[in-house]
Design a protein around this ligand. Structure first.
Ligand SMILES: [Mg+2]
Length: 226
């Protein structure tokens, strides 16, 4: 393999983030006595997606979303509780819940001897807690979390926050599930890109990944062909 440096995304690439979100949501609503919280998950997800659209349009900050999604949910459910408290509980739950995908650790172990990095768009406290709990720190020589460094994928500046000495873009590849953040960031930094596409979604948009895989077990084989 020609790559000496391999950079990973975390959410939906190594980590089952959907599972993490469902468990955190259930914990949060249970804490205020809501039974069968899963009945309200879809409503919450709709609120959340709409708010993040407004972040992309520059109307809200990511910080606003943490509380507003629970303000709106509580209104919808006609429950009087402190949305700020729920927002905090939910973030704690995100850090405390969620497992790696079955083949993720095997892949990280197989890459022993390479320099590994992690670039993730997310909240510092949540991602740090996950890395610690899942014993992932030992794999990564560099970690850049958008909430800590103040730049987010697809901005290629995020790679500089890995602080890798003598970093050579032509010997680096990024592996991630998102065309608009991971693959676009790689493209913007002139590094090779490996699109993890487990649901075999049709490719859309202007950014073409260097290679596509549908399972994590295919990554090593795919990288050795580049
Ligand atoms: Mg992702």
């Amino acid at each position: 393999m020609r790559f000496t440096t391999i950079v990973f995304d975390l959410d939906h690439t190594l980590l089952d983030s959907d599972g993490s979100e469902q468990l955190a949501f259930a914990e949060t609503l249970h804490s205020i006595g809501v039974e069968e919280p899963e009945q309200h998950l879809k409503t919450y997800q709709r609120i959340n997606v709409a708010l993040w659209k407004r972040v992309e349009q520059g109307e809200l900050s990511p910080n606003d979303v943490k509380v507003m999604r629970f303000t709106q949910l509580l209104e919808r459910l006609d429950i009087e509780e402190d949305p700020e408290l729920l927002g905090d509980r939910y973030l704690t739950g995100l850090g405390n819940n969620g497992e790696l995908y079955p083949q993720a650790r095997e892949l990280l172990d197989a890459l022993d001897g390479h320099r590994l990095g992690l670039v993730t768009n997310g909240i510092g406290s949540v991602q740090r807690r996950r890395l610690e709990r899942l014993d992932l720190d030992r794999y990564f020589s560099g970690v850049a979390i958008s909430g800590e460094v103040g730049v987010a994928k697809p901005d290629p500046q995020i790679f500089s926050h890995l602080k890798f000495a003598d970093w050579a873009p032509e010997q680096t590849v990024i592996i991630g599930d998102s065309l608009t953040s991971d693959i676009a960031a790689g493209h913007n930094a002139s590094i090779a890109t490996c699109w993890y596409n487990p649901s075999r979604t049709a490719h859309i948009g202007p950014t073409i990944p260097t290679v596509e895989v549908n399972q994590l077990s295919e990554v090593l084989g795919a990288l050795s062909t580049l």
